[in-house]
Design a protein around this ligand. Structure first.
Ligand SMILES: Cc1c2[nH]c(c1CCC(=O)O)Cc1[nH]c(c(CCC(=O)O)c1C)Cc1[nH]c(c(CCC(=O)O)c1C)Cc1[nH]c(c(C)c1CCC(=O)O)C2
Length: 354
């Protein structure tokens, strides 16, 4: 991507921010920082505004979405905001009967296990998620030059919730379908790719500066199975939004053996969990991609000195990278001390100031 390719509508200051530059592998004034799940239960101000409002309902109220998205930006001085929502929101929007149960996660009323069940998945139109367009309009006005990251769940991770009916440790029903009926599996993933692509387009057209595709649970697969049964659908999503010219980030947990393929699927930035050091991750991903990561979120429960030691190791491993966005290796854990996140942001900014 060259600077001539600036997507129309995006303010110059946003386009030139540290986060956007790092995504494009350009020189940065400091290493940009944001945290997966930076909005949420670690913040008392979040718990206050969410009181009595179910999770999915809160995702459909534009003013509330904008407020929750802004909270970590105000508090931590992070370099990007992530749109407050959940990966199952587009599925809910097309009428899939599901809910997010507190402390559990997404639960689907009628799991998808047969061809007839696919009928639950109709196309997503911008009108289905008008509240997303409205909330992003509020946010871009308030964010100024801070970029907004839109996101969606990747086809495999969405399929895992839809086929299992809820969170799963072993993904047994998902794998049973994937290996037992490859044709139906491919159709399911292709439907989800269409829905996901449509949902990301809504966010980009409303003003999101970058997008992240969360394939959180794809680390459960071996590389050959990923390449055969998942990569075509993820590639389709990335291809569908390529022409917008916004950075595309791809992330999953436990994906050490898949890092090269996650990049190959079409990402500009590959997210790395804490199990692979960033210099080794760069070798696995190959040239031409930025990396995002990768402090173990549990380290934040340790002393400030330990957090700084582990963070400095990451910054040292990232020193030779083409582009680095500092993040955790997975989402902020709900009982994290928010001050630890503020201190961590400050530490990375100070240590990498150029
Ligand atoms: C797998 C996944 C889900 N949702 C998401 C993923 C991919 C990211 C990842 O791997 O963590 C994505 C997601 N969900 C949420 C965000 C908010 C944006 C941000 O990162 O700040 C994002 C990016 C809000 C949320 N999504 C959810 C919450 C908690 C609900 C609450 O606050 O009441 C939040 C803030 C619910 C949810 N939704 C899901 C889970 C596992 C849970 C947690 C269940 C629980 O512990 O209660 C599914």
């Amino acid at each position: 991507m060259s600077s001539n390719d600036r997507p129309t509508g995006q303010p110059t200051a946003t386009y030139e921010s540290a986060f956007m530059k790092a995504c494009r592998r350009e020189a940065v004034p400091h290493t940009p920082v944001w945290f997966m799940r930076q909005a949420g239960r670690s913040l008392p101000e979040y718990r206050k505004v969410r009181e009595g409002i179910p999770m999915l309902e809160s995702c459909m109220r534009p003013e509330l979405v904008a407020e929750i998205t802004m909270q970590p930006v105000r508090r931590h001085n992070v370099d990007a905001a992530i749109y407050f929502s959940d990966i199952v929101v587009p599925l809910k929007a097309i009428g899939v009967d599901l809910d997010i149960k507190p402390g559990v996660g997404p639960v689907v009323e009628k799991p998808i296990r047969s061809r007839a069940d696919l009928a639950q998945l109709r196309d997503l139109t911008p009108e289905d998620v008008a509240y997303v367009t409205e909330a992003i309009g509020l946010l871009t006005a308030e964010l100024g030059e801070t970029p907004l990251i839109g996101f969606a769940g990747a086809p495999f991770t969405l399929a895992s919730y839809l086929v299992e009916g809820g969170p799963s440790r072993n993904h047994e029903h998902t794998k049973a379908l994937m290996y037992g009926d490859p044709q139906l599996w491919a159709e399911l993933l292709d439907r989800l790719a269409e829905i996901t692509a449509a949902f990301l387009k809504v966010q980009i057209e409303a003003g999101a500066s970058a997008v992240q595709l969360f394939d959180s649970w794809v680390g459960a697969l071996a590389p050959a199975d990923y390449r055969r049964s998942v990569m075509p659908a993820s590639t389709k999503v990335f291809e569908a939004v390529k022409s917008y010219g916004v950075p595309r980030i791809h992330f999953g947990v436990g994906t050490g053996e898949l890092l090269g393929l996650l990049g190959e699927a079409g990402a500009d930035v590959v997210g790395v969990d804490w199990r692979v050091p960033l210099d080794e991750a760069a070798r696995r991903v190959g040239p031409g991609k930025a990396l995002q990561g990768n402090l173990d979120p549990a380290v934040l429960f340790s002393t400030t000195e330990a957090v700084e030691t582990k963070t400095q190791e990451i910054l040292d491993a990232a020193a030779g990278l083409e582009g680095h966005i500092f993040n955790l290796g997975h989402g902020v854990l709900p009982s994290t001390d928010p001050d630890a996140l503020t201190r961590l942001t400050e530490y990375v900014h100070t240590r990498t100031a150029r």
